[in-house]
Design a protein around this ligand. Structure first.
Ligand SMILES: Cc1cc2nc3c(=O)[nH]c(=O)nc-3n(C[C@H](O)[C@H](O)[C@H](O)COP(=O)(O)O)c2cc1C
Length: 172
């Protein structure tokens, strides 16, 4: 077997900026005319690719809008952004925030999927400017807060659901 000079491959990665972690958040509109565009298929592809490429993140789908945060090595995130812009399953992509981070926020998920539940439907409106959900009218802060709050509420709901399944003697 051929031996790999790790120090050389590491220094190449450094030169390409792979040690720098970027978090990029964008919004886009779902293309309802694209027959290959089912959201479950998009999510499956995202999770498979991201696991391979060391990308983590969260995807919100609400009222035909996407809000997505992706984090990973800078050249990888830039490569994905180019693909996303060309992807005809959505359109009108707008970058909301792009910054270097010390630590990943979504490090547990290759792509966490967030859809407002019946219980927290009003939340998306709470962070919106008008009386209709439209992320293009929302500020960066409002969008970031919406993603974070949805994620926290979903986790609480999941915890409650898993507690319900436990027998009484296992409840802590
Ligand atoms: C809303 C949306 C979110 C996506 N998220 C990701 C993602 O997180 N990771 C990814 O690799 N592809 C994602 N994609 C798919 C990419 O646009 C592109 O089709 C895919 O990366 C191409 O992969 P391939 O080069 O393996 O064919 C997303 C597409 C859409 C429409």
């Amino acid at each position: 077997m051929e031996s790999v000079d790790l120090s050389e491959s590491n220094s190449l990665k450094m030169r390409q900026g792979e040690h720098i972690i970027l978090r990029l958040t964008y919004i886009s509109r779902y293309n309802t005319d694209n027959a290959n565009g089912e959201v479950t298929r998009i999510l499956e592809q995202a999770r498979q690719n991201n696991e391979r490429n060391g990308i983590t993140g969260a995807l919100v789908f609400n009222h035909n809008y996407f809000l997505q945060s992706i984090e990973g090595a800078r050249p990888i995130i830039n490569g994905l952004l180019r693909k996303l812009v060309q992807d005809e399953r959505h359109h009108s992509l707008q970058v909301i925030e792009c910054r270097e981070v010390e630590q990943r926020h979504w490090n547990k998920w290759s792509m966490k999927y967030l859809i407002p539940s019946d219980e927290n439907k009003g939340l998306a409106l709470k962070f919106s400017t008008g009386n209709e959900f439209n992320p293009y009218l929302m500020s960066t802060n409002q969008i970031m807060m919406l993603i974070d709050t949805l994620s926290e509420l979903q986790e609480q709901e999941e915890q409650r659901a898993s507690q319900k399944k436990k027998p009484w003697y296992a409840l802590g």
